[in-house]
Design a protein around this ligand. Structure first.
Ligand code: NAD
Length: 490
């Protein structure tokens, strides 16, 4: 497949290509162009040229195009879900959910984008009009990771386009195929240049796109390391940054929680997409009196999960994305074990799967905050569980991290719920229903987990700048203008 620039399928100007690998088989799925910086320039120029007309296109017309794109994705639902499973690896049901969420985001922002253009505020004097106008910025660069390539992309593209911006999209080199297929089935009818996709190695084109003088907004989801780099590269440029970064989410179990339900909740929250979710549970805190029962039940539950190819509808956990990420999981587990942790289940590559980047879902006990597995983002199928004595201690442990993306709690005690959501520093708090998103619910991180919010009204505002217009309709001379202290003699 080729790149989509200015309404045309385009090869890389260097002629270079890159291979996209199926993480379940390690086989090459397809090749795509590896863009050169000149291709990025071409995409930005196309987006810049398309901007004045797209900005003037009525909000109702923009909404219609977004709804049509959603409908086209719905019509190709099975095809897109399968393509995503092949390149990303997670179970097909999780990919169906991703495509469903993503296309509904188009519908949501189509409507939100045509709802308001700002507001009228009271004027200082009679006979005046004061408007607060919301305007697009221009070209928005949307850079996304491989773990939810369509969902995270449309969380940016839908509000950015609805607000009247044009976009240059850069998917991860590991998962460009579903993005290109989505353009083919759903976005080809957009005016040329409104949406462009460049594909390539971040080392070749990442910095170039981020630094580009004609890109005033960078909407980025990815690791904290790359987010910091983007902030450094753009310091001094006054570009607007939205950074959705890494996490190390805690899950606190209160002493009134029903063990069986809490075990199910933790297994799901930690292992969805083989733990490769920014808001995956990466640390679990359990009251000491119920610790042994809890970890045994959890290990039993996790050991019964089926690991295999995401195309098989009976499997629960697919492969990891690449060997480099699996190696990090192995390093975290071995360092924890060296420091005294115990592996209750998992802790190895599945012996029956000879190809693919699989790793067994793993439960660890006797962990503490001196271990990397409790401090650094693991981004894999691990569940380290630690005991606590008092609920306030659990809150302190939940906050003992550089990150602040999400946090989960299981309890039916309202007072504990309130203490948790008042004191835990995280952008999203889930009580008894981990990781459920809401189009209307702003999503993003505190601390090193990022800047800005996606989804909800905040997710649209991220792509609109505010202008205050003050208009005195008759325009008479004001008595507070010069000269001060009354008329001067001529
Ligand atoms: P990554 O930071 O390596 O890459 C993310 C994207 O940035 C990719 O498209 C990559 O090609 C690009 N990139 C890399 N270097 C760049 C540079 N110098 N300039 C511009 N672009 C560059 O992350 P990843 O490994 O693809 O994804 C996993 C990470 O993403 C995890 O840390 C995870 O927590 C995070 N994530 C965060 C959220 C969130 O909403 N907060 C959601 C999903 C994933």
């Amino acid at each position: 497949m080729n790149m989509w620039i200015n309404g045309t399928w385009t090869k890389s100007s260097s002629g270079e290509t890159l291979e996209v690998i199926d993480p379940a088989t390690e086989e090459v799925l397809d090749t795509v162009p590896a863009a050169a910086p000149e291709d990025v320039d071409q995409a930005v120029a196309a987006a810049r040229q398309a901007f004045p007309t797209w900005r003037e296109t009525t909000a109702v017309e923009r909404a219609s195009l977004l709804h049509e794109a959603a409908a086209a994705m719905r019509a190709h639902f099975a095809d897109l879900s399968r393509q995503l499973t092949l390149e990303e690896g997670k179970p097909i049901s999780e990919n169906e959910e991703e495509i469903d969420w993503a296309l509904n985001t188009l519908d949501y922002y189509a409507e939100l984008g045509r709802d308001t253009r700002g507001r009228v505020i009271p004027s200082p004097e009679a006979g005046q009009l004061s408007l607060v106008l919301k305007e697009p910025f221009g070209v928005v660069s949307c850079i996304v990771p491989w773990n939810y390539p369509i969902l995270l992309l449309l969380w940016k593209v839908a509000p950015a386009l609805a607000a009247g911006n044009t976009v240059v999209v850069k998917p991860s080199r590991r998962t460009p195929l579903t993005t290109l297929r989505m353009i083919e089935v759903a976005f080809q009818s957009f005016p040329p240049g409104v949406i462009n996709v460049v594909v390539g190695h971040s080392a070749e084109i990442g910095d170039h796109l981020v630094r580009h003088p004609n890109v005033p907004v960078i909407a980025f989801t990815g690791s904290t390391a790359v987010g910091k780099r983007i902030a450094q590269l753009t310091a001094g440029s006054m570009k607007k940054l939205h950074l959705e970064l890494g996490g190390k989410d805690p899950f606190v179990i209160a002493d009134d929680a029903p063990v069986e339900a809490a075990v199910e909740a933790v297994a799901y929250a930690a292992l969805i997409n083989a733990g490769q979710v920014c808001t995956a549970t990466e640390r679990v805190y359990v009251p000491r009196p119920m610790y042994r029962d809890f970890v045994e039940a959890l290990a039993d539950r996790v050991a019964r999960l089926r690991v295999g190819s995401g195309l098989d509808p009976t499997i629960d956990v697919g492969p990891m994305m690449a060997d480099v990420y699996r190696s990090k999981v192995e390093r975290h587990i071995s360092e924890a074990v060296e420091k005294g942790a115990r592996v209750l289940t998992g802790g190895r590559r599945p012996p029956h799967l000879h190809r693919g980047f699989f790793y067994e879902p793993t439960v660890l006990t006797d962990v503490n905050h001196h271990m990397d597995i409790m401090r650094e983002e693991t981004f894999g199928p691990t569940i380290p569980v630690m005991a606590y004595d008092a609920f306030d201690e659990a809150i302190a442990l939940a906050n003992d991290t550089d990150y602040g993306l999400g946090a989960c709690l299981y309890t039916h005690d309202a007072s504990r719920v309130r203490r948790f959501y008042e004191h835990v520093q995280a952008g999203t708090i889930w009580i008894n229903d981990p990781l459920t998103d809401n189009y209307a619910g702003p999503f993003g991180g505190m601390k090193m987990s990022g800047l800005g919010r996606e989804l909800g009204h905040e997710g649209l505002e991220a792509f609109r700048q505010t202008k205050h217009v003050h208009w005195d309709i008759d325009g008479g001379v004001k008595d507070w203008w010069y000269p001060y202290g009354g008329p001067t003699e001529s």
